[in-house]
Every structure is written in structure tokens, then in C-alpha cells.
Design a protein around this ligand. Structure first.
Ligand SMILES: *Cc1c(COP(=O)(O)O)cnc(C)c1O
Length: 391
């Protein structure tokens, strides 16, 4: 059997690495596609002697191929596949100890906020939330015991941007580590580790798997010490992603580049259409010249993603009518799948925030969030046009 060269090298392009990195023809059969190794345990030739794997919580060849591939796409060496994005956050938070302080951005995934406030605060971690679109606000919030700076960019659902390199510089000056939730952009458009971040999280439920058929998360780092500690935590806490689901994620990575291009093309067309519509009060999409941080979007990412937020002139009533009238867009939470979704942050994804907190971050009754899928662009526009005509 010919030994295939390793195509993980950075001299190969993103699309080539997405298809080949971490993967080799199966040594026992020659199968080109990495098999789904559905086994909990592996044979020992003598006590303690085995060929690389002994138990699937500690490691599994299918999961290992996927972890190597997804880490490679983020420009890093180590990836840890977990059962959900939230479990990725949970595992990474266990890098910290009682008394440590975390600074997080103030407009973040609601589930992450809930985890910090209701679970990790009880375990003795302290959290501050700042508007990191202004790096000076981060500087002011730093304390001697600050160990981690946590951010998402673009933020959810308002699509505000945070300058990853600027944050990393400020955080590193005091020895804090930077973790970026890169779910919205995927490594195809944005690679935080290359901009100075220490850790990257993805809810792979979203763009990385991209087909809305599983829940998963991954934590990625290029730091050997962090990787060793995450490996230990992952094995000890046992939050690993199932072998079958890692196979699905590995399969999905192969089309990540073309899916992201299609999401972004459609999102740009939808954003431009909405921006010009008389019943629309505002559109937040980093690709629009009207986005207040459009220059930063161009600088730190190679594209603008598939998420668009729109505010209707008619407020809640118009938003409800629009959600009822669309037929290509589906009314549902989540994002990043091939199908287009529409949702109301105030009533759905961000309903756990108090009305005051919603108002403070800018979640208004007329705000709708669109996850623009990869259906025929004209069908998406026509769907929105028809629904808007009735509001
Ligand atoms: C969905 C999501 C999460 C949580 O991931 P799960 O896979 O649902 O556990 C975290 N961050 C962002 C930005 C998300 O969209």
C-alpha cells in the first residue's frame, strides 16, 4: 500500500487540509475514508502494551483524525472534541481554580453566560462583563487574579466586533489567557490563534458540522502545556464527543470552505436587500459598509459569515408577522446549518435576559436574527420580500 504523504503541512491550502489533514488510508484495509471505530476498548498485547489506543474515553482513532483536522484548520496542533459547545466551555473553565477571575464580553451566547453565573460562580470563579469593542474597558477591568479573557466575535445577536489581536496584547501583558468562541465565523473566515488567542472554542453544532443533525463542541490550542492539561481534563471529566458524531464532523469539514462561501454570499445579498427595504430600521452584518466596524471585519477575518440581524420598523408585531409568513426560512433557534433559519432573540435565544438587560445590550422587540443558509439566493430574497410585504 502506498504511504500517502501527510497533507497537514501549512504549504497546502485550507480546502486541501480540510479534506486530508489528520487522515490516512486505513492501515488494515486501505479504506480511503477514515473508518468509524465503534469500539470502547482496544486489545493489549501484554498488560500495559497496546498500539496507541487503550480505551475510547482517552482516545479513539476516528476522534483523533477529526481533532487533528479541525485543529489544523485553526492553525494549531491540538483539538479536543466534546459532546457539546457548552461542554467545551465547561472543560476549558476547569483549567482555572477557585479565586481566579475571568473577564468576558458583555454580549455573548446566553448559555455561556448562564454557565458562568450559575455554575462556575458557585465553584469560586469570579466574572466581570465588559464591552470589549473598547479594549480600554478590558484594561480597566483587569485584576491581579485575572486568569482568562473570554470573547466572542462577532457577538450574538448584535454582530458587534472585538479586535482579537488588541485584546490578546492587553491580556497577555498581565499573564491572562485569551479564549475566543469562534463559532460564528468558523476557521474558514477567522483564525483567532493566528491573531494571538490561546484557546478557541466552537459549538460544532453550528457551521463546523453544518447540517443541523448533531450537538458537538471542540476546544483548540497550539500551546503544549494547555493541551496536556486539556487532555487530562477531557479524559478525567469524560465529556468526549461520541465516535459516530466525530465521524460526521470530520465528514462535514470536507465541505466547510464551499459551505462558508455560499453562506457568506447569500448573507451579503440578504443584508443588502434588507438594508434597502423601507420597512427595515437597521441591519447588522459585518460585510456592509454601514457596519460601524467594517474595517476591523476586513482586517481580522477573510469573510463576513452567514449571520444577519435585522430590526423592523414595525417592532414586535411586525417581527411576529414576518416569522409567521416566511416559508423558505424556518422559525427555529440554532444557526450555521445549510437551511436558513429565522428567530426572535428577545423571545427565543436571549429570553433568559431580563428586559432591562436586553435593552442595555440592544435587543429590541423588532430585532430578528437570520442564519442564512445555502439555498438558492433568489428564493431567500423572494421569501423575505413576500413576508415583508405583509408586515
Ligand atoms: C450554540 C452556541 C454555543 C453552545 O453550543 P452547544 O453546542 O449548543 O452546546 C456556544 N457559543 C455559541 C456562539 C453558540 O452559538
Amino acid at each position: 500500500m502506498t504511504d500517502k504523504t501527510d497533507l497537514s503541512d501549512g504549504s497546502f491550502g485550507f480546502e486541501t487540509r480540510a479534506i486530508h489533514a489528520g487522515q490516512h488510508p486505513d492501515p488494515s484495509t486501505g479504506a480511503v475514508v477514515t473508518p468509524v471505530y465503534l469500539t470502547s476498548t482496544f486489545v493489549h498485547s501484554a498488560p500495559g502494551e497496546y498500539a496507541g489506543y487503550d480505551y475510547s474515553r482517552a482516545g479513539n482513532p476516528t476522534r483523533a483524525a477529526y481533532e487533528a483536522c479541525v485543529a489544523n484548520l485553526e492553525g494549531a496542533r491540538f483539538g479536543f472534541a466534546l459532546a457539546s459547545g457548552c461542554l467545551g466551555t465547561t472543560t476549558a473553565m476547569h483549567l482555572l481554580s477557585q479565586g481566579d477571575h475571568v473577564i468576558a464580553c458583555d454580549d455573548m451566547y446566553g448559555g455561556t453566560y448562564r454557565l458562568f453565573e450559575t455554575v462556575f460562580r458557585r465553584c469560586g470563579l469570579d466574572f466581570s462583563y465588559v464591552d470589549m469593542t473598547d479594549p480600554a474597558a478590558l484594561e480597566a477591568a483587569l485584576r491581579p487574579e485575572t486568569r482568562m479573557v473570554w470573547l466572542e466575535t462577532p457577538t450574538n445577536p448584535l454582530m458587534k466586533l472585538i479586535d482579537i489581536a488588541a485584546v490578546a496584547e492587553i491580556a497577555h501583558a498581565t499573564g491572562a489567557q485569551v479564549m475566543v468562541d469562534n463559532t460564528f465565523m468558523s476557521p474558514y473566515f477567522q483564525r483567532p490563534i493566528e491573531l494571538g488567542a490561546d484557546l478557541v472554542l466552537h459549538s460544532t453544532t453550528k457551521y463546523i458540522n453544518g447540517h443541523s443533525d448533531l450537538i458537538g463542541g471542540v476546544v483548540i490550542t497550539d500551546d503544549e502545556d494547555l493541551a496536556e492539561r486539556l487532555d487530562f481534563l477531557n479524559c478525567s471529566m469524560g465529556g468526549i464527543q461520541s465516535t459516530f458524531d466525530t465521524y460526521l464532523c470530520l465528514r462535514s469539514l470536507k465541505t466547510l470552505a464551499i459551505r462558508m462561501q455560499a453562506h457568506a454570499d447569500n448573507a451579503m445579498a440578504v443584508a443588502r436587500f434588507l438594508e434597502a427595504h423601507p420597512k427595515v430600521a437597521g441591519v447588522a452584518y459585518p460585510g456592509l459598509e454601514s457596519h460601524p466596524q467594517h474595517e476591523l471585519a476586513r482586517r481580522q477575518a477573510s469573510g463576513f459569515g452567514g449571520m444577519v440581524s435585522v430590526t423592523l420598523e414595525g417592532g414586535l408585531e411586525a417581527a411576529r408577522k414576518m416569522m409567521a409568513d416566511v416559508r423558505v426560512f424556518t422559525l427555529a433557534e440554532s444557526l450555521g446549518g445549510v437551511e436558513s433559519l429565522i428567530e426572535h432573540p428577545g423571545l427565543m435565544t436571549h429570553a433568559s435576559l431580563t428586559p432591562e438587560k436586553q435593552a442595555e445590550v440592544g435587543i429590541t422587540p423588532g430585532l430578528l436574527r437570520l442564519s442564512v443558509g445555502i439555498e438558492t439566493q433568489a428564493d431567500l430574497i423572494e421569501d423575505l420580500e413576500r413576508a415583508l410585504a405583509g408586515v
